[in-house]
Design a protein around this ligand. Structure first.
Ligand code: TRP
Length: 324
């Protein structure tokens, strides 16, 4: 039997290059070797309560990018978290075996609390418990995530272990599978690429919009004139070339160092390569965008398949905890 993969991502709407290189590509590649379940975590999105009016649209846009990128509903289960309400029951049950101290120590909780001091809600503290419920509800063994999720995964392992100790072996301890590019910096070259920070390149942009975005990127600050030699090792555009254009990386580095090309030339090369790489995805996306009912059907079918597994685990958990 294939091992099971589970991963979740918040409904952030149109996906960007960081999502693609850091997560989606990896999700796609795992589909043959593993039994994959990918979830859009709409309940997690409520912990920060921004723009809940846009949730449905964000889910739809995100699914368009996922499907266009090659996530295949024939191979994998693709669904929306709240469509499988069993996860909320499991979250409550797991909360009984999770010491509060573990949750208050999680670095992402401390960061969130600082980011939204006016809204440090109970759900924010329980965020990793819900994430654990996501994973163990399907008894997933492998969880592809970025570096920033490692503390959550560690907690998931601890909660699973504790449940197993208290009630008998039930859940595998899920292991993180770091993606090959666990951290993609944005166009500012400082922070992780993110829609919120506005330093991203959306996959669904037109080729021309893509080029315009790339042109705004920060490069080597010491290179003020076209004739100055560049320092590719400190330049984020060069790093992006490495992900998108690996075969030409050495020659680009050389030509930057010798001032044979300037930053504008380098960005043109990058933009062209991004556009060429994304062209098939963009074509598939345009077709899918004309079929909204298809997206709805894929998610409905995914939720149905997920619920079969979820119901079985939940009933086992309830039995072990003495509820039935
Ligand atoms: N916390 C993850 C993030 O912010 C999203 C997530 C929710 C997740 N549940 C998950 C990731 C389960 C992996 C497995 O990116």
């Amino acid at each position: 039997m294939k091992r099971r993969v589970f991963s979740g991502a918040r409904p952030t709407g149109r996906q960007h290059l960081g999502n693609y290189l850091g997560a989606i590509q990896n999700y796609v590649n795992l589909q043959d070797e593993y039994d994959c379940i990918y979830c859009i975590v709409d309940i997690h999105a409520l912990t920060s309560l921004e723009d809940t009016g846009g949730l449905q649209k964000n889910i739809h846009e995100m699914m368009l990018d996922w499907l266009a990128a090659g996530l295949d509903p024939q191979k994998s289960i693709l669904f929306v978290q709240s469509h499988v309400p069993e996860v909320m029951q499991l979250h409550t049950l797991l909360s009984m075996v999770t010491p509060l101290g573990w949750l208050l120590r999680v670095p992402t909780f401390k960061e969130k609390a600082k980011l939204q001091p006016q809204n440090i809600n109970y759900g924010l503290v329980g965020y990793p418990v819900l994430m654990t419920a996501d994973i163990v509800l399907y008894k997933a063994e492998v969880v592809p995530v970025g570096e920033d999720q490692l503390p959550h995964l560690e907690l998931a392992r601890e909660i699973a272990r504790r449940f197993n100790n208290l009630f008998g072996n039930t859940f595998p301890e899920p292991e993180a599978k770091l993606t090959s590019f666990p951290l993609i910096l944005g166009l500012d070259g400082k922070e992780k690429m993110s829609k919120q920070l506005g330093n991203d390149i959306e996959l669904a942009l037109s080729p021309q919009e893509t080029t315009e975005r790339v042109m705004t990127a920060v490069t080597d600050p010491a290179r003020r004139y076209r004739t100055d030699p560049g320092h590719p090792e400190i330049c984020n555009i060069y790093r992006l070339q490495g992900y998108i254009n690996p075969l030409e990386l050495d020659s680009i580095g050389e030509r930057c160092r010798s001032a044979d090309i300037g930053c504008v030339d380098c960005k043109m090369l990058l933009a062209q390569k991004i556009n060429a790489t994304l062209e098939p995805l963009r074509e598939r996306r345009a077709v899918l965008a004309t079929k909204p009912q298809y997206i709805t059907d894929v998610l409905l079918d995914g939720a149905q398949r997920a619920r079969v597994i979820a119901a079985e685990t939940l009933s086992e958990v309830k039995q072990k905890m003495g509820l039935i």
